[in-house]
Each structure stands twice: as structure tokens, then as C-alpha cells.
Design a protein around this ligand. Structure first.
Ligand code: SF4
Ligand code: SF4
Length: 308
């Protein structure tokens, strides 16, 4: 863990990852350890300015915690909430939602400062995703990380200026798992590839969050995207097309009880040697066709063939 992250873990009241928390996969560190002849990062060297931008904004997100108000406001007015949604759009965020933060979503040995999350979704460029695995795709992914990281810091600043405490969570090397948070916020549902599938962009998104202590955020309590799980069971496209066969039909249960369908030990060597891969995003039908079209044809099929 980096020194600047330790300062978050040590803050009073922080939500620290526990024994049931996932361990964070250090993409850069693990990449350096691999012996294969791979570039130092996906998309190198064009991705370098974006990676440097991300590092700057990750450090800013921690440094700025000292600028939080000591007694931040715990309730948000309806007009501030409307303005927050509008402001998020002006800084490039495509969707926002709200969720609680569960300890089991905070990575081991890291921490987030507050127990509510404003979850942020940003679309990735479709044309460059279609090229995956490709250097231009990798550069585009880092570009999106950088843009979304800047946006999360801007939103945290916006909240502080209005008297609310905030902790910006960067999309790259974040301190918590964003997909389950985004799912809880009603922004989509996790597919077999472990990624959030959103109605507007399918899995072609990056996620971030701004953690806050605002208690009256409008939480989601619906189930409208759950049908995606059933669709995945008849699709399996990502399982078939994953080049190193790293996505499993039967989930893997890890020692800490965490259940995943992606085997990092198979995904990562391919990922680091093939421009950050992203094939599972590209081939997912939700990246190729509209959510509503897939939903209506799937539900029609189910009603005609309930045995599916
Ligand atoms: S990123 Fe590539 S290797 Fe990893 S799970 Fe997706 S398709 Fe498979
Ligand atoms: S490719 Fe198919 S099985 Fe995989 S996540 Fe997308 S919809 Fe689900």
C-alpha cells in the first residue's frame, strides 16, 4: 500500500477493509513482476500522460481530505441534489446513483472515509473498444480513467464548497469495489464477466465514486436489472471468447468467501501482454446492441419457452 493511502486507513471513523474484504489486484506492480516481454503498461507510451494524470488525481483525492469541513452537513437539499446531478454531467459523468458502502466492498488494507457513495459512470469510446485487444483501446481506457478521476475530484470539491465532507474515489486503483456499489445504486447489473452492464452503454463504462456522509441521498431499492443474470446463463459469449479462458461458468469461491467468475491468474498475463485485452467488454451483446432490445427479445423468448 502507498504511504498516502495509509493516511486514509489511519483516519478516525474510516471504514477499513476486513477479513471478508477482497484483496486489491495491483495491476502495475504485478505487471512488473511478470517475466514476459511486455510493455510497462497497456498502451505504452501513448498512455503515459493519462497514467500520470491518474496518479496526480489519486494523490489529490487523499490530500484534499484535509480540506473537508469539520462538521460537514449531513443532509442535502433537493436543490443541491439537482445541482449535483447537473454538475456531474458538466464534468463528463454520464450517470450517477447512490448507495451505502459495505465493509465487504472495501479492499483489504485500504479504507474509505464515509459510508455513503455517489457512484459515477463514464462511457468508454465505442469505436476504439471495437478494436480490442489493441494499443488504441488501451490508450482510450487510460484516457477514461484520467477523465473520470478528475471528475470525481471535481465533484468532491463541489460538495466541500457547499459544506459537505467528501472523499473522491479514483477509478484506477480505487479503495473499494465499484461494480457491486453501482449495482446497489441501480445503475445496472454485474454480468458473468464481473463487470457492470448498464442500460445506456452495456459494460463499456468505467466506474468511480465520491464517498460522503450525507444521510438522505435517494437510495435505490428496485430489481429492474436482475434479469441480466438469467440472460448471461444463455449467452456465455464472454466465456467462449476470452482468449486465455479466464471466465468460468461456475464461480470460484476464494478463501475469504468472495465469489468471482474471473480467474485473475489466467486473465492477467494475457491482459498485460495484449494491450489490456478488454475482449470481454467488446464481445458482450450489451456492447453491441441496445439493452431494451435485448431485454424485450429475451423476455419474449422466456414467455414462449419457459423451460429456458
Ligand atoms: S480482460 Fe481478456 S483475458 Fe481478462 S477476462 Fe476479459 S477477455 Fe478474458
Ligand atoms: S457476454 Fe453474455 S454472458 Fe458474458 S456478461 Fe455479457 S451478456 Fe453476460
Amino acid at each position: 500500500m502507498r504511504a498516502w493511502e495509509t493516511s486514509v486507513v489511519e483516519r478516525p471513523g474510516a471504514i477499513r477493509g476486513g477479513e471478508n474484504s477482497p484483496s486489491r489486484f495491483d495491476i502495475m506492480g504485478e505487471g512488473i513482476k511478470l517475466k514476459d516481454d511486455h510493455p510497462p503498461m497497456p498502451g505504452f507510451p501513448k498512455s503515459v500522460p493519462y497514467v500520470l494524470g491518474s496518479v496526480t488525481n489519486i494523490r489529490k483525492s487523499v490530500r484534499d481530505l484535509d480540506r473537508n469541513p469539520t462538521n460537514g452537513k449531513k443532509t442535502i437539499t433537493a436543490s443541491d441534489l439537482d445541482e449535483l446531478r447537473a454538475y456531474a454531467k458538466t464534468v463528463g459523468v454520464d450517470e450517477i446513483g447512490f448507495s451505502d458502502v459495505l465493509q465487504e466492498w472495501v479492499f483489504q488494507e485500504t479504507a474509505v472515509l464515509f459510508n455513503k457513495a455517489i457512484v459515477l459512470v463514464m462511457e468508454m469510446d465505442k469505436a476504439r473498444m471495437q478494436l480490442a485487444p489493441n494499443k488504441d483501446t488501451a490508450v482510450m481506457v487510460h484516457e477514461t480513467y484520467d477523465l473520470l478521476g478528475r471528475a470525481s475530484n471535481k465533484i468532491a470539491d463541489w460538495l466541500r464548497e457547499r459544506g459537505y465532507a467528501a472523499h473522491a474515489g479514483h477509478p484506477l486503483n480505487g479503495m473499494a469495489l465499484y461494480p457491486p456499489m453501482a449495482q446497489a445504486a441501480g445503475l445496472g447489473y454485474r454480468g458473468i464477466h464481473g463487470l457492470l452492464i448498464t442500460p445506456r452503454f452495456g459494460p463499456r463504462v468505467r466506474l468511480a465514486a465520491v464517498f460522503t456522509e450525507i444521510e438522505n441521498l435517494p437510495m435505490y431499492d428496485g430489481h429492474e436489472h436482475e434479469w441480466i443474470l438469467d440472460f448471461c446463463q444463455i449467452c456465455h459469449r464472454c466465456i467462449r471468447d476470452c482468449p486465455p479462458k479466464a471466465i468460468y461458468e461456475t464461480p470460484i469461491e476464494h478463501e475469504n468467501g468472495l465469489v468471482t467468475t474471473v480467474d485473475n491468474t489466467k486473465c492477467f498475463p494475457y491482459f498485460i501482454n495484449n494491450h489490456g485485452c478488454s475482449v470481454c467488454i467488446k464481445v458482450c451483446p450489451f456492447n453491441q446492441q441496445g439493452y431494451h432490445k435485448i431485454k424485450s427479445s429475451f423476455l419474449n423468448k422466456i414467455s414462449d419457452h419457459p423451460e429456458i
